[in-house]
Design a protein. Structure first.
Lengths: 102, 440
């Protein structure tokens, strides 16, 4: 498979949500996984300490960490599309190929 | 004096794992041990289950059967295709992982409490009604074959695979757990169905659960998930007739750092001296940066960054298994020293201080295996695999403390005999050297 085809296929997937909102099922699945993963992380003392440390290091509070699952649940499909359109900008991206010597 | 007492008190307190206190056996299915560490502090449940479906049961010529079947467990079940099955897991944030090893297929299921019913339902479906669809079989087979090809360029893998092959010969433990190209290529969907029906069974099944669930609810889930599986266990492979091929075996490959795996016959977990062996191994090569081998090879001579030994207890054979990697021109010196340090340890045994330190570590670090529901379920299931009783956790500390210097010396003589070492080196040694030959 030529790398160009792989790149174009990836670009297509990445740009999906810049012009349409995720479906109800897609959004629910993403939320279920994020919230479940947050619970599983709390199962490990190390991961829990890491989560709090990372939040505090960038100026968030312990309250933000505790609220995180509820905030994830509250996110609307439309805002996912807005953020995708805003941040997944093809013209701002860099792609590099690692190829064998000719 | 007060401070000492406080320290002693803390040590005793920590010696009893928090989960152990609430550990109980749940009656759900005949002859299926189900252990539960009930803990409602987080809304989640972790399950670890082991089936008699490891690579030891691979039919001749079909190396990789157990692993291929294992990795296809979450690739479609009942009326659900692989995509539909994965989507169903993802929709509820359920984690399902399969780990094939030599003796066992170990399955880990982790779910939030609210989705437990669906998690157990999906697992039960996968076990009882696997699909082994052609596209899924092809995809997973290719993944395993590619990973085997990539691994053949990795000296650590080549040395370990080579060691098992040379040490066990044609015996079933001698084959690679994740298969080889020829075996993987020859396995059909029909054979996978046959393997699942005879090995994904509740005969010999062992289940450990930790987290937010009561015994009665768990018993119901266990019955609905595993109850319909056949009750017959596959016959265990025969005991290997002869193991080991003492001496140095070189597997030539281009590698900047040769990798070495060495070993000799060890102990079954049921051996009366097993804990003494664990202590002896810890002192010689199990203690990481504190082991004798590390002190001598790394700290004093700079020959390696990493040298370890381990006691490995399979169901049909035990191993003392060591690894070391070193620079090319240090390999011979390293191997000579490993033998020498081993020989001295077998003759002289540990010092009183080493013995006391080992007991302190092995008892003091034990509770760290129980710091999460996932870790607790995995650790309990390991004990079940070994056939240890439920109250092992209550007695382990005292059993370790009761091991004497004489016990450790006796076991060290039995376990560490440089003349019996099978040594496998992947890489190359400098040619034209004048050092003595490596094989005794």
């Amino acid at each position: 498979v030529p790398l160009e085809s792989v790149e174009h296929a990836m670009d297509d997937v990445i740009s999906t949500y810049t012009h349409r909102a995720p479906s109800t099922a897609e959004l629910a699945r993403a939320k279920a996984q994020l919230v479940a993963d947050a619970t599983f992380r709390r199962d490990s003392q190390f991961e829990m300490a890491t989560a709090y440390a990372q939040a505090l290091a960038v100026g968030l509070t312990a309250f933000d960490v505790q609220q995180w699952p509820a905030r994830i649940q509250a996110i609307k499909a439309r805002s996912v599309q807005d953020v995708a359109a805003d941040s997944l900008d093809r013209t701002q991206s860099v792609t590099a190929y690692l190829q064998s010597r000719p | 004096m007060n401070r000492r007492l406080v320290l002693l008190f803390c040590a005793l307190l920590f010696a009893i794992p928090a989960h152990a206190a609430k550990l109980k056996a749940v009656k759900a299915l005949d002859n299926v041990p189900v252990w539960l560490a009930e803990d409602h502090s987080l809304p989640m449940i972790a399950l670890t289950a082991s089936f008699p479906a490891g690579s030891a049961y691979d039919p001749p010529g079909k190396t990789g059967m157990a692993a291929l079947a294992a990795y296809l467990l979450n690739e479609g079940a009942g009326i659900m295709s692989a995509d539909a099955y994965q989507a169903a897991l993802a929709a509820k944030g359920i984690r399902l992982e399969m780990t094939p090893s030599r003796d066992w297929l170990t399955i880990t299921l982790i779910t939030v409490t609210a989705n437990a019913k669906e998690a157990f339902r999906l697992l039960g479906l996968a076990l009882a009604k696997p699909r082994f669809d052609p596209d899924a079989v092809t995809r997973v087979r290719l993944q395993l074959m590619q990973s085997y090809d990539r691994n053949r360029e990795n000296p650590d893998f080549v040395a370990e695979t080579g060691f098992y092959s040379i040490f066990f010969g044609p015996y079933t433990y001698g084959r690679p757990v994740e298969g080889d190209s020829r075996g993987l290529a020859s396995i059909s969907a029909q054979e996978l169905h046959g393997f699942a029906q005879t090995h994904w069974v509740r005969g010999d099944l062992r289940i450990a659960v930790a987290g937010d669930i009561t015994p009665s609810v768990l018993a119901g889930y266990v019955r609905s998930t595993f109850g319909s599986l056949p009750a017959v266990a596959p016959p265990l492979p025969a005991v290997p007739p002869r193991v080991g091929a003492p001496g140095l075996h070189t597997l030539p490959m281009i590698a900047p750092q040769p990798a070495v795996v060495f070993g000799q016959a060890g102990m079954l977990r049921s051996d009366r001296d097993y804990l003494a062996g664990m202590i002896a191994n810890y002192i010689l090569g199990g203690a990481g940066s504190g082991s004798r081998l590390t002190r001598e090879l790394r700290e004093q001579r700079g020959l390696t960054y990493d040298v370890t030994t381990d006691l490995v207890a399979y169901r049909r054979a035990g191993l003392v298994l060591g690894t070391v990697s070193t620079r090319r021109d240090g390999a011979r010196e390293t191997l000579t020293l490993v033998r020498e340090i081993m020989r001295k340890f077998a003759i002289n045994g540990p010092t009183e201080q080493e013995l006391a330190d080992a007991k302190l570590y092995l008892n003091g670090s034990f509770p760290l295996s129980f710091t999460s529901n996932a870790a607790t379920a995995a650790q309990l299931n390991t004990f079940q695999q070994y056939g240890l009783p439920l109250d092992y956790l209550d007695h382990r500390t005292a059993m370790i403390d009761a091991v004497t210097m004489a016990d450790v010396r006796r076991v060290a003589r039995r376990l560490f005999d440089p003349a019996r070492l099978t040594i496998v080196l992947a890489g190359s040694l400098p040619t034209g050297n004048t050092e003595p030959a490596d094989s005794p």
